[in-house]
Design a protein around this ligand. Sequence first.
Ligand SMILES: [Zn+2]
Length: 281
Amino acid sequence: MRLGEIEVHPLVAGRFRLDGGAMFGVIPRVLWEKKMAPDEKNRISMTMNVLLIKAGGKNILVDTGAGDKEDAKFHEMYALGHSLLEGELAARGLTPSAIDIVVNTHLHFDHAGGNTSRGEDGRIAPVFPNARYLVQRSEFDEAMAANERNRASYFSENYKPLFDEGRMELLDGESEIASGLAVEPLPGHTRGLQGLMIHSGGKTGLYLADCVPTSHHIPLPWIMAYDLYPTETLATKKRILPEAARGGWTLFFEHDPSVLAATIEQEAGGRFVVHPLKDDA
Ligand SMILES: [Zn+2]
C-alpha cells in the first residue's frame, strides 16, 4: 500500500505460537478464546509481520522476525516455522543486501532474531550486510542486562555482534530516520520499545510493534502479561489510540495472523472499532 509518497508493505516473516493467557494478561480465557482459539497446549497462532518501507530511495525494514539460528527444541516449544523473510523480500525483487536500514522495535527474539545468521563455522554474521540497525539505547541496555524475568526473550547473538561491529546505532527517544519516517517511543512492553510513524501526503501510519500486537489488543485493558511495565503500556495506548482514531491513521499489527493493517474508530462511549485494510500492492 502507499501512504502519500511512501510505499509500505507488511511481510509475514514467520509463524509461531505463544501461550494465549500470556498474550492477553488479565483478560479471562472465556473472552480471548473467542477471538483467537488456543491449541491443545493453550497456545494461539500468530505471525511475525515485519514492515518493508520504500522511502526516499531507501529500503527500510522494521523488525526481522525470529530468524533461523535456534535449535529444534526451541522451534517445537514455540511451534516456530522457518523464516519466510528472505522469500518475501525476493518476491519483491529484493535481496538482503538491498536493505539500507533495519529498525528494531525492540530486541526480543521474535523481532530481532532475523538480524543475524550463524554460519557453518558457528560465526554470527549480519543478514543485512549493508544496513544500519537502529534501536533505542534504553532497549539495548535492558537487553544487555537481561534478568530472570526477561532473559528467555533476549539472545545476545541477535544484537551484540552488530553493536560490536559498529553496525547497530543507539537512539534516544523520537528520531527521524528518513523523510516522513520517525521512530516513536511506545514504552510499556519494554521501556525502550519503539514504533514507526509514517507521515506523507497528509496520510499517517503507525507500526505498533508489541504495544498493540494484534487487532484484538486494541481495547485498553487487553495488555500482554509479557509486558514488563503494563501500566506504561496502558498510558501509551491512551495517548496513541484516540489520536489514531481521530486522524484516520493506518495501524500495522506485528503479530496478527489475519489483520495486518487497519484503521480504528472510537465510539461515543469510548470503545474502539477496528476496520481491517487489505494490502493491495
Ligand atoms: Zn516483545
